[in-house]
Structures are given as C-alpha cells and as structure tokens.
Ligand binder design. Structure first.
Ligand SMILES: [Zn+2]
Length: 257
C-alpha cells in the first residue's frame, strides 16, 4: 500500500488569513522550567545540568484557528441551528465518514472562480465514476499551487449551490478541496450579490449545511498526484470538544498494483 500525503502544513512562517503564533520551549529551556517546578512544587533541588545532556523536553504552544492548514469543517461551523436538528460539532461526527473510497474531480478550468453542477457532471462522465453513498469527493482547483502565499486566500475556485446539492443527492457527506474554501473567494461572492441581491449566492457551499448535513475538507494538497479513483481517503479530524472544525492529517491509501 502506498500512502500519499494530502495535507498542507501548519506553518507559523507562512502567510495566513489569521496569523498563527507558535512558541517553542526548547529542551534546554524545558530543563530550566522543570528545575523551577521541582523547587516550587516539591521544595527539592534538581539542577538543569543533572538532566541527561542538560536537556528536558520541548513544548510547543500555538494560537491558531481550526481553519488553519488542512482541516475538516463540521456542520456547527455553518450556523447555530439547522432544519434537520442541532448541527454537530467536530467531535460528534461519525468517524466512518472520514475513511472512505474517494474520487478526484478537476474543476481547475472553471471560469469566474466558481464551478457549477454541470462542471461536476462533465467531470464525473470524463473519469467514468459515479460516487456511491458516503464516498468522498475531492475537488482539484489548482489553488494548491499558491499555498504558502497571500494569493492562496484570494484566488481560487469554489463550488456553487447546485454543485453542492448534486453531490449530496448522490449520498456524499464529505467534500474536499485544495482551496482555502469550498465557496468562491469573498470578493467574487460580494460582486455577485451586489449585482443580483440574491441571498442564495452568499457562501452557498457553507450555508446549504443549515439544511443538509455534510462536512468539507479544506486546504488539501497533492490532489494532482492521485488517480481519479480507486483509492481510499483517511482524514480523521482532531477531536476538539465543541469546535466547528478540526485539523486533519489527510492521506490517500493506494493499493500497489
Ligand atoms: Zn474551514
């Protein structure tokens, strides 16, 4: 079996929509910290130099949103209520949704930063695969090329409302994208809304989640290295109590032929 990493890093050195803070306590600093703890809590003495190599253990402290790096959006992210009941937070979703056969659809040629249901139909015809219930659909938009730059957050292709409904009608419950969002960039959405005053154009790929239960994996990478189908995706989200999203190490599992 071959494992293909589909995850983008959480990297405080890269531009982010919401900047990450990552503080590292080094092993040497960890030794001094432990020495202080021993004195303060136990009233005993442990010289940092007594520890092997004068080092204890490192510790990373991060401040970041759950939408940093590759992550899974939960229904609770889409709104506080849903027509079908209380929308689940990330810790409440069935794990069974996140280890499934997957299909990659290329929507990178869509114009106007948005792909339609017709794009998806054409792509499903081209690859010759019909998703079965609970299959994971991965959308290759090409945005992964701009990962690590400011452009990644403004220049990408989203999916329109009809496209989301088409996948949900097939029984899909997890939709992945290599872009910052499953919706079109915010500037495009506001332009469309200004022209039409039609609320349905406002972030449909997320707001539809107030009527229909599904998750999206955002900020994937390496989707262009996968075959269109014939593999499984594993993308278990980190179990954060009450959170609207969780980071995931998304990988494709390919049987070697
Ligand atoms: Zn998200």
């Amino acid at each position: 079996m071959r494992i293909v990493d589909l995850s983008a890093p959480i990297d405080a050195g890269q531009p982010e929509a919401d900047q990450i803070s990552h503080t590292i306590l080094s092993p040497a600093e960890g030794a001094r910290h432990m020495s202080e703890q021993v004195r303060a809590r136990l009233g005993l003495r442990l010289d940092p130099a007594d520890l092997p190599d004068g080092e204890f253990l490192s510790l990373d402290t991060l401040t970041l949103t759950t939408h940093t790096g590759t992550h899974v959006d939960a229904p609770a992210h889409y709104g506080s209520t849903a027509s079908y009941g209380v929308p689940e937070t990330i810790d409440q979703l069935p794990l069974d949704w996140f280890y499934r056969p997957a299909v990659v659809l290329d929507i990178s040629k869509a114009e106007g930063h948005i792909a339609s249901a017709d794009h998806l139909r054409d792509e499903l015809d081209r690859v010759g695969y019909t998703p079965r219930p609970l299959d994971i659909v991965l959308l290759y938009t090409g945005a992964q090329e701009w990962a690590g730059t400011e452009r990644y957050f403004t220049d990408f292709i989203g999916l329109d409302g009809a496209g989301v409904h088409l996948l949900l009608d097939l029984g899909v419950r997890v939709i992945g994208t290599d872009a910052f969002s499953l919706d079109a960039p915010f500037g495009d959405i506001i332009e469309r809304y200004t022209a039409s005053r039609e609320p349905a154009v406002l972030w449909p790929a997320h707001v539809i989640g107030r009527d229909r239960k599904y998750c999206q994996i955002e900020r994937l990478t390496n989707l262009d290295s996968l075959p269109p189908y014939g593999f499984r995706l594993a993308c278990f989200p980190v179990k954060i109590t009450g959170a609207g999203a969780g980071w995931a190490r998304a990988v494709a599992l390919l049987e070697e032929s």
